[in-house]
Design a protein around this ligand. Structure first.
Ligand code: API
Length: 246
């Protein structure tokens, strides 16, 4: 089987396409392993669909299934277009619904899912949290200094709320985000649905405009926009290498 490794702002994925839909959880654990596998935060399988350009199956590196992954939608769209599986403007099925992405060279824009506020704000561990579903659940807290990021604090919040955990600093209407990702069980270099959750919180508090620059741990620049009630997530992706295994 041929696999392609992508990096979407530092959030990395192993991507392949196949006609046969099966449970790829164990394959995700094997291929995402950074010492004995290809190494990635997640695995995505593209499957034919009669209802969209294709359907995807997304797995975190621990083999858990997630409904949505903002960065993976950008990498997958680039992969699908460059492998002749879809046109540059495509719609594909995820467990969070139909996703629309547009590829322009190495920059990809995804229209994200309709966000749902789960908890508006609550105090815990000395922080004010906001819990929102942006395709997957995210806790968000606004901090003055991202050095406040603490693995054990994030792990505690992640398990108590079964959500990804984001710390965001807002400076000159730009967002700087650090994310502990569920299913990776640690900080990733970028998390798309997490950045969108942080943007929405900051927008609610009038800390950013409806179009904002966002910088994750990788410090790569992304843009999030809210236009006519819809959320658009845009940034570059990189095809790292292709390999054949087995
Ligand atoms: N770890 C997430 C899924 C991947 C989200 C992230 N990589 C993104 O870009 O949105 C979860 O299990 O909720």
């Amino acid at each position: 089987m041929t696999y392609t490794k992508y990096s979407a702002s530092g959030n990395d994925f192993v991507i392949f396409h196949t006609f046969v839909e099966e449970d790829f959880s164990n394959k995700a654990i094997e291929l995402c392993n950074r010492t004995e596998g290809i190494g990635a935060d997640g695995l995505v399988a593209l499957i034919p669909s009669k209802d969209a350009d294709f359907k995807w199956l997304f797995y975190n590196s621990d083999g858990s299934v997630a409904a949505m992954c903002g960065n993976a939608t950008r990498a997958v769209a680039h992969y699908a277009y460059n492998n002749g599986l879809a046109n540059s403007s495509m719609k594909f099925l995820t467990q969070a619904g139909l996703i629309e992405s547009i590829v322009e060279d190495d920059v990809v824009q995804t229209q994200m899912t309709e966000p749902k506020i789960i908890k508006d704000s609550f105090e815990q561990e000395g922080f004010t949290w906001y819990l929102i579903d942006t395709g997957v659940p995210h806790l968000v807290t606004i901090v003055d200094d991202l050095k406040a990021y603490d693995h054990d604090l994030c792990a505690k919040m992640r398990y108590e709320h079964n959500a990804n955990v984001n710390l965001v600093k807002v400076e000159d209407k730009k967002l700087y985000v650090r994310t502990y990702e569920r299913g990776v069980e640690g900080e990733t270099k970028a998390c798309g649905t997490g950045m969108v959750a942080c943007f929405l919180r900051a927008l609610d508090l009038n800390l950013v405009d409806k179009k904002a620059l966002v910088y994750p741990k990788s410090q790569e620049e992304l843009t999030i926009s809210k236009i006519d009630g819809k959320i658009y997530f845009k940034g570059a992706v990189k095809k790292v290498f292709t390999t054949t295994i087995g």
